[in-house]
Design a protein around this ligand. Structure first.
Ligand SMILES: [Zn+2]
Ligand SMILES: [Zn+2]
Ligand SMILES: [Zn+2]
Length: 100
């Protein structure tokens, strides 16, 4: 496993939005949600049209995301492209908007 030196950027964050921040603004749909563990940005996964979690990383350089919805508890470092062990799992802030 690749060693990740970005663990110090992991914080206890409050999700800023209930769903993907950009998708909610643009009225887009998403597949899964990813949470930035540095600032609490909620973005959509790479299977979604917007890929806003990846876009957030490119925009801000915040390296670590959590599998937020479904709440899977894993962490991912964009820089090292490796799974990382998160110290804890972020609880949902409220009901996630669904498009079903
Ligand atoms: Zn890393
Ligand atoms: Zn999105
Ligand atoms: Zn962030």
């Amino acid at each position: 496993m690749t060693r990740c030196e970005h663990m110090t950027t992991i914080g206890n964050v409050t999700p800023r939005t209930l769903g993907c921040e950009e998708c909610l603004k643009n009225d887009q749909k998403w597949v899964h949600l990813r949470l930035c563990r540095q600032c609490g940005h909620v973005g959509c996964c790479d299977d979604s049209v917007g890929r806003h979690a990846t876009a957030h990383f490119h925009h801000t350089g915040h390296p670590i995301i959590e599998g937020y919805d479904p709440p899977e508890g894993w962490g991912w470092c964009f820089v090292d492209e490796t799974i990382v062990d998160l110290p804890n799992q972020t609880p949902h802030n409220g009901p996630i908007p669904r498009y079903t």
